[in-house]
Design a protein around this ligand. Sequence first.
Ligand code: ADP
Ligand code: 5GP
Length: 200
Amino acid sequence: MSESAPKSDGLLLVISGPSGVGKTTITHEVERCLGGTFSVSVTTRPKAAGDVEGRDYYFISEQEFARRRDAGDLLEFAQVFGKYNYGTPRRPVEEQLRKGNLVILEIDVQGALQVKEKMPDAFMIFVLPPNDQELLRRLRRRGRDNEEAIQRRYAAAKAEIETARRSGAYDHFIVNDDLDKAVKHACDLVRQRRIGAKTC
Ligand code: ADP
Ligand code: 5GP
């Protein structure tokens, strides 16, 4: 093993799911209860109300995104909803894994599949809504997008769920109906995985 290769005792947790399903909420609760590190992505999308630079994303230009992608600085990247680019900075993820830590990526299916190919030990969870109407309600409740963007995200949800199911890459599909139960379910799955891997 080269000196810079990640040790096997860190765990890379990938959380995906349709927009509005509650991924961000669940991800931060899992981070809180298990003491992991949230991977802050880079994106070319404009900063929205409530977004904090360096906490939610690093907001960068298209040119800067292309530079980082071409330099191999991104572990994965994707254009989400056919519009803006998103990517995971590679180095912080590798550093945390090398230290044996839990690293949490909240990324879309396209990116998650790239990660799974590069890092087959990644633990993959997909979050499902209890039903379509509730997903639409949550997209609206975020109060972040206009109705056109909400409908675009809603329309993409079915395809994203279908792709995730067909890919066979996800270890678990969890339904986010009751938030506390969904968080507990996710935390229990991660704990079991780490115990199974004899890492905690
Ligand atoms: P995502 O990151 O998947 O787009 P968010 O975490 O931003 O979704 O959640 C979208 C909205 O749904 C937020 O207003 C959040 O508080 C709410 N929400 C999340 N989980 C639940 C739940 N189990 N029941 C009701 N509302 C929820
Ligand atoms: P939002 O614009 O609502 O913050 O995020 C839109 C979508 O982009 C979500 O599905 C989210 O999971 C995904 N996303 C966020 N960061 C990344 C990333 O670094 N890579 C990929 N592939 N998707 C991301």
